[in-house]
Design a protein around this ligand. Structure first.
Ligand SMILES: [Zn+2]
Length: 532
C-alpha cells in the first residue's frame, strides 16, 4: 500500500502532467505557427496550469505532507524531494484570485507595449535591429546618441506600470509572509539571498580591477575613433544599449570562419565527439527562419518523455553557432535525464544548472581545439587568432559580470521600495559597476527599458550563476578528462554527474557532487586572471 503522501504526489502528478504537456505543445505551436487560434490555446493552457497551482486545498495537503515527512528520518528522500518541488511550485500562486488576475493583466499590457513600441530617430520609427546596427557601425557621435536615446524611449511608457507591478507582486509576497517579491522569488527558486549577495561581492572583487584595466584600453581606442577625450565618452559610444557585451574595439570577429559552414552538421559533430546523440532532437526541431515564427531561440522539453525540441533561426555566423550549441546543451540535458525518475523531478535541477551546461557548450566556437577538430579550420589560422580569441572571451565574461551586478542590485532595490528615486539609483549603479558616465543632466526612467524587470522578474542572477557553473565544470573537465572537445569521458561525466540525477537533487548538492566543491566565483576569477 502506498503511503498517503505517496498517494498525494501520484494524484498531483496525474493531474498536473497533462496540463504541463498541453502548455508545452501550445507554447511550441504559438512560436512556430503563429495565429490567433494558437494564442488563444496558449492563454487557455497557461490559465489552466496557474489555476491548478492556485488550489488552496491541494496546497494545504502538500504542506501538511511535507511537514509530516520532515520529522520522519526513514522517509523516502525522493518522495520528500517531490514534495519540496511541489511546495515551491504552489507557493507563488497562493494569492487571492483578484490579485492574481491584476498581476497577469498588468504583465500582459506591459509585454504588449514592449512588443509594439518602436523608438524614433528624428521622427522615423526604428526597431531594435536598426538601433543595434547604428550602434555597431556608426562613427557619428550625434547619430549614435539619437539611436541610444531611441532605445530608451520605451522607459517612460512603461515605468509607472512596472512600479505598480512591483507593488502588486510585493503585496502578493507579503500576503504569503515574505519581506517582498524579491525575497519570495529567491526562496521559492531555492536560492539563498545572503549567499547570492556574498557571491555577487566575490564577483565584484574578482572583476573590478581586470574590468577597469580592460575598459581603460577600450576607452582609449574609442576616444581615438570618435575624436574626443576619454572623459567625454558616454553610454552611446559603446555598441550595446546597456553595455551588456563588449564593443567591437574589445572583440574579434570570426564570422568568416562560418560563412560556408553547415551549422547543423557541426552541432551533431560536436555532440558526437562527446558520445552524446542529439539526432532525436534535430528531428523534432525547427531551425531556420520563416514567416510566422519566433525570431529568438529556445529549447523545450514537451513531455519529459523524450520529445525535446529546439527553435532557432540559423544563419552562417558565429552567433548562431554559439546559439545552436547552447540550445542543444539544454536539449541533451533534458534527453539524458534518467527516465526512471518520477516525472516531477525528471528535468534540470535548476535554471542555473541547465544555463551552465548551455553556456559551457556555447563557448566552444571560440575554443582553439574545437576550431581545429570540429570546424576543421587549419592549424596556422587557429594559432594566429588564438590569443585574440582568449582576450575576447575574457572581455565578454568581464563585461557581462559587471552588467549582472547592476541588474541584480537594482532589482533588489526596486522591490525594497518601488517608490524610490529609481532613475538616479539606476545611474548610480551603472557608474559604479560598469564605469560609464551618465549623460549630463539626464532624468529619465532608463531602467524601465530593460524588459526583464517586467517580463522575467528576479531571473537575472541565474545567468551569472550559470557562468560560474560553466567555469567550474570547465575546471573539473580539464582536471579529469583532458577537456571537453572530442572527449567521450567528458560526455560520460556530464551524463552521469549532471544530467542523469535531474531534479532529484537540489542544485547546490548536484554542483558539489559533480565538481567536488560548492558553487563559487573562484574558477571564474581564475579564468579572468589567466592572460593569454
Ligand atoms: Zn539558455
Amino acid at each position: 500500500m502506498p503511503s498517503p503522501p505517496a498517494d498525494l504526489v501520484a494524484r498531483i502528478e496525474a493531474e498536473l502532467r497533462p496540463l504541463e504537456v498541453e502548455l508545452a505543445e501550445a507554447w511550441w505551436e504559438s512560436n512556430t505557427r503563429s495565429s490567433e487560434a494558437a494564442d488563444v490555446r496558449r492563454t487557455a493552457a497557461e490559465l489552466a496550469r496557474r489555476s491548478y497551482l492556485a488550489d488552496a486545498e491541494t496546497f494545504a495537503a502538500v504542506r501538511a505532507a511535507r511537514e509530516d515527512l520532515a520529522g520522519d528520518a526513514d522517509a523516502d528522500p525522493l518522495l520528500r524531494r517531490q514534495l519540496d518541488v511541489l511546495y515551491d511550485a504552489f507557493v507563488p500562486h497562493q494569492v487571492s484570485a483578484d490579485l492574481r488576475r491584476a498581476i497577469v493583466e498588468l504583465e500582459t499590457t506591459v509585454e504588449s507595449t514592449f512588443n509594439n513600441f518602436r523608438g524614433s530617430i528624428g521622427g522615423r520609427r526604428v526597431d531594435d535591429n536598426a538601433i543595434a546596427e547604428i550602434l555597431r557601425t556608426s562613427d557619428d557621435a550625434d547619430e549614435r546618441r539619437a539611436a541610444w536615446e531611441a532605445s530608451k524611449q520605451i522607459g517612460p511608457e512603461v515605468a509607472n506600470r512596472i512600479r505598480e507591478l512591483a507593488r502588486l507582486r510585493n503585496q502578493a509576497a507579503r500576503d504569503l509572509g515574505a519581506r517582498d517579491h524579491f525575497a519570495l522569488a529567491l526562496a521559492t527558486g531555492e536560492l539563498d539571498e545572503a549567499r547570492l549577495f556574498a557571491t555577487l561581492d566575490d564577483v565584484d572583487r574578482a572583476t573590478a580591477e581586470p574590468f577597469a584595466a580592460w575598459k581603460h584600453e577600450v576607452d582609449a581606442s574609442l576616444a581615438r575613433r570618435f575624436g574626443c577625450a576619454t572623459g567625454d565618452l558616454r553610454p552611446w559610444h559603446y555598441d550595446d544599449p546597456f553595455f551588456q557585451s563588449p564593443p567591437a574595439e574589445g572583440a574579434i570577429a570570426i564570422d568568416h570562419l562560418f560563412a560556408d559552414a553547415d551549422l547543423e552538421a557541426l552541432t551533431l559533430r560536436t555532440y558526437d565527439g562527446l558520445g552524446l546523440d542529439v539526432r532525436p532532437v534535430l528531428g523534432h526541431s525547427d531551425l531556420y527562419a520563416r514567416e510566422g515564427k519566433s525570431q529568438h531561440a529556445f529549447c523545450i522539453d514537451i513531455d519529459r518523455a523524450g520529445d525535446v525540441r529546439v527553435l532557432c533561426n540559423v544563419e552562417p555566423s558565429e552567433r548562431w553557432m554559439d546559439t545552436m550549441l547552447h540550445e542543444f546543451g539544454h536539449a541533451i540535458y533534458d534527453r539524458e535525464c534518467d527516465d526512471t525518475l518520477p516525472w516531477l523531478v525528471r528535468g534540470a535541477a535548476h535554471a542555473l544548472t541547465t544555463e551552465g551546461i548551455a553556456m559551457l557548450m556555447g563557448r566552444l566556437p571560440r575554443d582553439p581545439r574545437w576550431l581545429r577538430n570540429v570546424a576543421e579550420v587549419d592549424d596556422d589560422a587557429v594559432a594566429a587568432i588564438a590569443p585574440a580569441l582568449e582576450e575576447a572571451r575574457r572581455a565578454a565574461l568581464l563585461v557581462f559580470a559587471r552588467w549582472v551586478l547592476v541588474m541584480t542590485n537594482f532589482e533588489r532595490r526596486l522591490y525594497a521600495d518601488p517608490d524610490a528615486d529609481l532613475d538616479a539609483l539606476w545611474w548610480d549603479l551603472v557608474e559604479r559597476h560598469q564605469l560609464l558616465h551618465r549623460p549630463d543632466g539626464r532624468h529619465a526612467p532608463d531602467w524601465a527599458a530593460k524588459i526583464h524587470l517586467a517580463a522575467a522578474p528576479v531571473y537575472y542572477q541565474n545567468y551569472l550563476y550559470g557562468e560560474l557553473f560553466a567555469s567550474q565544470l570547465d575546471a573539473t573537465l580539464a582536471a579529469r578528462t583532458d577537456g571537453l572537445v572530442d572527449q567521450r569521458a567528458a560526455g560520460e561525466l556530464l551524463r552521469t554527474d549532471v544530467f542523469a540525477p535531474g531534479a532529484s537533487l537540489r542544485w547546490d548538492d548536484l554542483v558539489t557532487r559533480a565538481t567536488g566543491e560548492p558553487l563559487s566565483a573562484s574558477h571564474l576569477a581564475r579564468q579572468l586572471n589567466r592572460r593569454a
